[in-house]
Design a protein around this ligand. Structure first.
Ligand code: SF4
Ligand code: SF4
Length: 92
């Protein structure tokens, strides 16, 4: 089964994944729901952390279109396909 995960410490809450995903894999949550997650300093040096974080709640619906991987500014999305191959965000 295809699965999708977001590394929350790197997620800036930019909403790009939420906006581009054609099958609504991602759900935005208030930052306050993750008090134990520390924002990644390397990502913070490049991008502004917003008031939300993205959770891949419907990963099994992913059709591997790759749109989120191109748009994720935190480079924090990983996707596993049926054969166990992994795909990472490539945004720089
Ligand atoms: S690769 Fe999957 S999770 Fe990412 S935008 Fe496409 S369908 Fe959505
Ligand atoms: S595109 Fe990446 S950094 Fe932006 S909200 Fe989605 S998971 Fe977070």
């Amino acid at each position: 089964m295809v699965d999708v995960k977001v590394a929350l410490e790197k997620c800036t809450g930019c909403r790009h994944c939420f906006d581009v995903c054609p099958v609504a894999v991602f759900v935005m949550h208030p930052r306050e729901e993750f008090p134990k997650v520390a924002d990644d300093p390397e990502i913070a040096a490049k991008f502004h952390f917003r008031a939300e974080k993205s959770v891949a709640e419907n990963g099994s619906a992913c059709i591997l279109c790759n749109a989120c991987l191109y748009e994720c500014e935190g480079s924090c999305i990983t996707i596993w396909d049926d054969e166990g191959n992994t795909y990472q965000s490539t945004y720089k």
